[in-house]
Design a protein around this ligand. Structure first.
Ligand code: ADP
Length: 271
């Protein structure tokens, strides 16, 4: 799935990445879902090791347009993982207190500790996306943020945090379908937000902002993956495979405490 990783320092054009791409799984939805189940089970096993080993930290960032499937991806990929092992943090419109601080303040406070997986549902990238599109701060301010974000993420990485960033790439047409579905299905209607229609009108501005953000902040230490997201099952499969591959590469081991097992067994038997 390396094909979706954006190479640092290269020109990046979103139009080169089709939201409909199914890679090697064209016409193989069932096989895709079987693979996903395998990755899920593996992530569950690796999460337990992560917790016990207490060495690595994993930060997973999701960004997408409305309807891009952030919630669904988190549910599908981490389904089955011990709920105590994964923390999901959503970043909403900043509060007054958050706005009184620098934009990374609230972000840094939520980063993972050792043995933890933290999922960001939206992130500091909102500060170069919605903030840029809506001119919430002057250009002189947001344009400095790409470098600040790279420096911040580099610091996290150097201190032992692995960072994976996913842009769930849906098309404008697919977004329309999903918004219509939200209106039509009573169990999805609560998700419909009339404000999303205003954001939809700004699609080209958002795409430019995403293009710039991804090009400028896909780094060795915190790469971006642009995930074809028009088909949910393929989107879930790609994200799960990147996470499983990453955690597997750490070659984690259960810690071996230096205790005299026989002695404790004996004491327990006599107790
Ligand atoms: P979601 O769409 O993720 O399910 P909401 O409907 O509550 O959740 O939307 C969260 C909103 O908060 C989005 O419109 C997003 O653009 C906005 N937001 C997040 N971070 C910022 C930020 N730093 N500045 C301005 N708006 C932000």
């Amino acid at each position: 799935m390396d094909r979706y990783r954006i190479e640092p320092g290269k020109k990046f054009k979103l139009s080169d990445y089709s939201p409909d791409d199914l890679g090697d799984f064209e016409g193989k939805k069932q096989k895709g879902n079987e693979k996903l189940a395998e990755y899920r089970a593996e992530i569950d096993r690796l999460q337990e090791l992560l917790y016990c080993e207490h060495k690595h930290r994993l930060l997973v960032v999701f960004q997408a347009m409305d309807g891009g499937g952030k919630d669904g991806t988190v549910r599908a990929v981490f389904d089955g993982v011990n709920p105590q092992g994964v923390r999901v943090t959503s970043f909403k419109v900043p509060t007054e207190i958050e706005l009184d601080h620098d934009y990374l303040w609230r972000i840094h406070a939520q980063t993972p500790g050792k043995g933890e997986i933290v999922v960001f549902n939206r992130s500091h990238y909102e500060d170069v996306l919605v903030v840029r599109v809506h001119n919430l701060v002057p250009k002189e301010v947001w344009k400095k943020r790409y470098k600040q974000i790279n420096d911040f993420e580099q610091q996290l990485a150097e201190e032992g945090t692995t960072i994976l960033k996913f842009f769930l790439n849906i098309s404008l047409d697919e977004q329309k379908e999903r918004m219509l579905e939200r209106l039509e299905m009573p169990e999805k209607r609560w998700k419909f937000n009339p404000g999303d229609l205003d954001e939809r009108k700004l699609w080209p501005e958002y795409m430019s902002a995403f293009e710039d953000a991804i090009e400028k902040t896909s780094t060795k230490w915190a790469p971006w993956y642009v995930i074809p997201a028009n088909r949910n099952w393929y989107r879930n499969l790609v994200v799960a495979s990147v996470i499983a591959d990453t955690m597997r590469s750490w070659k984690m081991q259960y810690p071996d405490p230096q205790i005299d097992v026989e002695l404790y067994k004996k004491q327990l038997m006599e107790s």
